[in-house]
Design a protein around this ligand. Structure first.
Ligand code: HEC
Length: 149
């Protein structure tokens, strides 16, 4: 009888142990899934913030250029380095010397050349360049008259 109940106890202990293990594994798995979801969610958010997509025409200073400056340039151009691109930044940009913008001539404008690397120092000076769509968008905005639109 005694040995039988010991075996039973052992079995029960083993069963409890296995159940506890399974629960622990489930909990770890759940924690990992939550962590993974949080990480991917944050990453997605960063990508969306950094990716401002410009249209082929009718580029707007307020809807496209200023938000792009805010995400990609404000880290340094918030008063630390001129031009100060904190919103509203239009007048700081168009009155800056040396002249950054020749309305109607995007390709000849220093601003575009600083962004595509034809003029030094390339902007931003570290990290990823603006993408081709964004550089083209700024060029188009200048071609369209560099308006405060
Ligand atoms: C990591 C910091 C940093 C970031 C981000 C950055 N800049 Fe700059 N920028 C500088 C510094 C520093 C200078 C001054 C460089 C010098 O005079 O040699 C400068 C200078 C400039 C100038 C003046 C150039 C001249 O010839 O006087 C312009 C225009 C400019 N940046 C535009 C931008 C734009 C637009 C962005 C975003 C797309 C940007 N920068 C992002 C640090 C930064």
């Amino acid at each position: 009888m005694k040995s039988q109940s010991t075996t039973l106890n052992l079995r029960q202990n083993l069963a409890t142990f296995i159940i506890m293990q399974t629960t622990a594994i489930k909990q770890i798995f759940l924690l990992l899934s939550v962590a993974f979801l949080l990480l991917t969610a944050c990453k997605d958010q960063l990508v969306t913030e950094g990716t401002i997509v410009f249209p082929d025409s009718s580029v707007s200073y307020g809807s496209h250029i200023e938000p792009l400056f805010t995400t990609r340039c404000l880290g340094c151009h918030n008063g630390a380095y001129p031009p100060n691109l904190s919103p509203p930044s239009y007048s700081a940009l168009v009155t800056y010397q040396p002249q950054l913008i020749i309305p109607g001539q995007g390709n000849n404008s220093l601003l575009v050349q600083l962004l595509d690397g034809r003029a030094a120092p390339i902007m931003p000076p570290s990290g990823e360049m603006l993408n081709q769509n964004q550089i083209n968008g700024i060029k188009t905005w200048i071609d369209e008259g560099a308006l405060n639109n």
